[in-house]
Design a protein around this ligand. Structure first.
Ligand SMILES: [Fe+2]
Length: 318
């Protein structure tokens, strides 16, 4: 199980629920997820070949094409196994010597991450396909009525340490809903801190930081302002003294949360998978709980001096 240290001055929005418990709820996790809960899947570890990831090389400097190199750095797990099976190039002894792919991106992935080794590619591809199928199964169980329009299947293969506390900013100003599932693909723990939720922070600090200036604007601008100018971003991380919960996720552990709503920072982590589905807002449990609508609602309530309706837990003021 994940080790969780809860801070008494931060709203306790972390839940631990088994897949059976989730399946028994008619709305799965939809209502809880939309309400800004972080849910750790209890008694579950992804069945995964960790050694298949350890065999990958995360260097991309052998690839000259800058466009392809950028895509490799933001690698999607599905790149390994979607598309046509590669053509096998057989050597004189009848062994598979190399592979020929139908796209330059997959060929570059084979040359860099897999060091042109067909076995490394096959193992990684099989492991990631299994993980993909499993995360898709968990998605359907947790979000039974969500209709999706797009999936971004990010694969993180490099070490991350001491991120700044932030709310995700996708640089997309569309009014969309996202469903996010995280999984630790490393044999080591993945350490996160999680702090204020966006709406709680806004509400407690609205006048102090003149957040009314962001009313009617893209909420991403406000998130960048708070995480960067107020909390210091990555450059002045010392400015951030907000209280936070600590969570250490086990190898293969899975968790879910709306990362624009929940402030988070990776304190330490190696390999991981982040699946982000774009969801048709009309298929939500309650579409008024989508991120943009909640930010707009907060601005409206603040302008009218109305009391909070956004959070069921205690709010820590700055
Ligand atoms: Fe993030």
């Amino acid at each position: 199980m994940a080790k969780i240290v809860r801070h008494p001055n931060v709203a306790d929005y972390i839940l631990e629920m088994s897949l059976d418990e989730i399946a028994q709820r008619p709305s799965g996790l939809m209502d809880l997820f939309e309400d800004g809960k972080l849910v750790v899947v209890k008694n579950y570890r992804l069945p995964f070949d960790f050694s298949a990831m350890e065999a990958l090389d995360d260097r991309t400097d052998s690839i000259d094409d800058q466009k392809i190199r950028r895509k490799l750095k933001k690698l999607e797990a599905t790149t390994f196994f979607s598309g046509k099976d590669p053509e096998k190039i057989i050597d004189e002894k009848g062994d598979v010597e190399s592979l020929r792919f139908d796209t330059p991106l997959r060929q570059a992935l084979f040359a860099s991450f897999c060091r042109s080794d067909p076995k490394v590619f096959a193992n990684a591809s099989n492991a990631l396909r299994t993980a993909h199928d499993e995360l898709t199964r968990i998605f359907k169980l947790c979000f039974p009525t969500y209709e999706t329009t797009r999936l971004i299947s990010s694969l993180r293969l490099t070490e991350t340490v001491f991120e700044n506390l932030h709310w995700d900013n996708h640089s997309i100003d569309d009014d969309f809903h996202q469903a996010r599932i995280f999984c630790n693909l490393d044999r080591r723990k993945r350490i996160w801190n999680v702090g204020d939720r966006c709406i709680d922070f806004m509400e407690a600090n609205y006048a102090k930081y003149d957040l009314a200036q962001f009313a009617g604007r893209d909420p991403n601008e406000m998130l960048s302002y708070i995480a960067g100018d107020i909390l210091g971003g990555t450059r002045d991380i010392w400015k951030d003294d907000r209280p936070r919960h600590h969570v250490a996720f086990e190898p293969g552990e899975v968790w879910l949360g709306e990362s624009r709503m929940i402030s988070h920072q990776i304190w330490y982590g190696q390999r991981a998978m982040v699946y982000m589905w774009f969801v048709n807002v009309n298929s939500m449990h309650d579409k008024s709980r989508r991120f943009n609508a909640r930010v707009e609602d907060l601005h409206a309530r603040m302008a009218a001096n109305l009391p909070s309706s956004s959070s069921h837990e205690s709010i820590a003021a700055a």
